[in-house]
Write a protein that binds this ligand. Structure first.
Ligand code: AHR
Length: 622
């Protein structure tokens, strides 16, 4: 084969094409990226968090009493804060019993690392006394212990553990050292080594793996989580900021509980840490498929009389992110430790909503008001759910009428669909809204949903997104992360448990696109041999230039079962060293995990594209 690049035909493309979609699904936040090790720290789990109102999923979930002559109850009289009404009470008749927490399937700790314990405690009856806190492994015994003082009114106590051994099966034990009645709430244990060392921070290994994708943006907190499954369940950013004990936990529509410990401040901070643009998605005042009861005769959406406040909350979000420290909401950001603005530029309104009249009215109100108040913010609308044949007609109609700058499309398809639809955006009207492909993944039927073939189908489709990078502004694989044993949605880009992170082959494809991103697309032609021409859809390439770093990135995908040899003619315009860096992912298409391998190649030599491979060349221009 021969690839010829038209070096004079360069066109500008989005410089933030690939980013990430973070949704709190699959225990992505609590028990996942959020580094808190104690499960149900605020005693706020509720049977309604789970489908079918699971009675075991209550305020004492993950907590157990070990020992005799002590009664463990949950109370709500005079709590620390009304948003966190429940707390544990231990009525100790004979000292020695322990209130234990098993974390999220055990607590994983490392020998010598620091772990910050904190809790609110209060002695309700008896002479004030001390209590002991222990980290105990099922297999290795006591790993660390310390003693703290009780007081007669709610007080936050804290101390640091240094475990004496590695363990993945630890539990936390709280042991009052005298008889009496004791109350505990917001019992917390954090590794000191969080990502970038932030207090209330993120798991370092997972956050680092995500950062290594080099995402240009982070969409959060969903997905469906953003619009919830009823208007009461719509995600409200104001409930997720401030002191942890004042945040308002909520049911997660994926069947668990959100502490909101990973809230809007932490999301913004993470974006800043990894140099990605924050893209919060706010419900368009309707829940998932407009399913909730709106009250006030407005079935399915926020009642009209509440819309002003709903819109004000979105306007306030811009002030929280970008406002000066003297503004009401900018001040709260500064109090949280970030006086500098977070530089918010994008807000998504709506997520894959059914495009009904209820949606249209509310979306239009929010869109018009936000545009008027904050013209500097780029609003991303939603195309609605993808049904074969409908081409998102209704969502696009609103976007076109209102001149919405960007519209969010979602589709999960087979590898064959991605191979056959590489021209999806070729015909999109360049004068209409731009596209954010907010959710996509190639997936296989059955248990093992991804392998090299799905990853290559995504790599191949991404070449077509680069080609259409003048209309496709952003794209994010979804969902991003999933905890083993708690996965509601398959496939995902990264799997993890308490002590390991497991990127998929698709992860490396995203990483290669993130680290070889350009702002110019160079068209080109590939000439295959006659027999390969029949199957040319299975071969794709794209060439982009990063004009800031003066680098050229060539991406080549070969989904054929045979090796393809090709030469690369860069069109005589570019000067570079002959030796360039090549990164390749190749192997058996049904293999689950294949990691990239790098080598140096001569750009003038015949390039061998192995059967089932993705090759990236990094060419430094002179
Ligand atoms: O990515 C998982 C889910 O898929 C998202 O929450 C939703 O937007 C889509 O249907």
């Amino acid at each position: 084969a021969k690839i010829t690049i038209d070096s004079k035909g360069a066109k500008a493309i989005s410089n933030m094409l690939t980013g990430i979609f973070f949704e709190d699904i699959n225990y992505a936040a609590d028990g996942g990226l959020y580094a808190e090790l104690i499960q149900n720290r605020g005693f706020e789990y509720n049977p309604s968090d789970k489908s079918f109102n699971d009675k075991n999923w209550n305020s004492s979930f993950a907590w157990k009493l070990k020992g005799e002559q002590t009664i463990f109850t949950v109370d709500s009289i005079a709590p620390i804060h009304q948003n966190n009404p429940h707390y544990a009470v231990l009525d100790v008749k004979v000292a020695g019993a322990a209130l234990t927490n098993t974390g999220f399937d055990g607590i994983a700790v490392k020998k010598g690392d620091a772990y910050l314990f904190s809790a609110f405690s209060k002695q309700l009856a008896g002479l004030t006394s001390d209590f002991e806190v222990r980290l105990v492994s099922n297999t290795k015994g006591i790993l660390a212990k310390l003693t703290l003082k009780n007081t007669t009114s709610w007080k936050k106590v804290s101390a640091t553990f240094y475990p004496s051994a590695d363990a993945t099966d630890a539990r936390l034990e709280i042991i009052p050292l005298a008889t009496g009645k004791f109350a505990f709430d917001m019992v917390s244990l954090f590794p000191q080594k969080t990502f970038k060392g932030h207090k209330n921070g993120l798991r370092a290994d997972l956050a680092t793996l995500i950062a290594d994708i080099h995402p240009k943006f982070v969409r959060f907190p969903g997905g469906c989580l953003a619009h919830g499954d009823g208007i009461q369940n719509i995600y409200k950013w104001k409930n997720t900021i401030g002191a942890l004990e004042t945040r308002k936990p909520d049911r997660n529509l994926w069947g668990y509980h959100q502490t909101m410990g990973l809230g809007y401040f932490e999301y913004f901070q993470f974006c800043e840490d990894i140099g990605a643009a924050p893209v919060p998605v706010i419900a368009a005042a309707v829940p998932c498929q407009n399913s909730g009861t709106g009250g006030g005769g407005q079935q399915g959406g926020i009642p009209m009389e509440e819309m002003d406040q709903y819109i004000q909350d979105i306007v306030d979000l811009v002030e929280y992110a970008n406002g000066g420290v003297n503004t009401t909401w900018g001040k709260k950001r500064a109090e949280a430790g970030h006086p500098k603005p977070f530089n918010l530029k994008y807000i998504g309104i709506g997520n894959e909503d059914q495009i009904t009249q209820v949606f249209k009215e509310r979306f239009t109100m929010i869109y018009q008001a936000l545009r008027k108040k904050h013209p500097e913010i780029t609003i991303i609308g939603t195309a609605g759910p993808f049904f074969e044949g409908t081409d998102y007609e209704e969502g696009w109609k609103i976007a076109t009428d209102l001149k919405v700058p960007i519209i969010d499309e979602h589709y999960y398809q087979s590898p064959g669909w991605f191979i056959n639809n590489q021209n999806f955006y070729d015909q999109y009207d360049r004068l209409k809204s731009k596209v954010y492909l907010g959710e996509y993944a190639a997936s296989l039927p059955g248990g093992n949903k991804t392998n090299l073939e799905t990853a290559l189908a995504e790599a191949l489709y991404l070449t077509s997104l680069e080609r259409n990078g003048d209309i496709v502004s952003m794209a994010s694989y979804a969902p991003l992360i999933a905890k083993e044993g708690h996965t509601q949605w398959n496939p995902d880009l990264i799997y993890f448990n308490n002590s390991e992170v497991k990127p998929t082959t698709g992860y490396f494809v995203q990483q290669l696109y993130g680290s070889h991103a350009g702002d110019q697309y160079l068209p080109g032609e590939i000439k295959l041999s006659n027999d390969q021409d029949q199957v040319s859809k299975r071969i794709a390439f794209s060439v982009v230039k990063n004009t800031k770093t003066n680098e050229l990135f060539v991406k080549l995908v070969n989904l054929l079962p045979v090796e393809v040899n090709t030469t690369l003619d860069l069109g005589g315009q570019f000067k570079s060293d002959n030796m360039v860096l090549k990164t390749e992912i190749s192997g058996n298409p049904s293999e689950r995990l294949i990691k990239p391998v790098t080598s140096n190649v001569n750009v003038n030599d015949v390039l061998k594209l192995p059967a089932y491979s993705f090759t990236v060349l990094k060419i430094k221009l002179r």
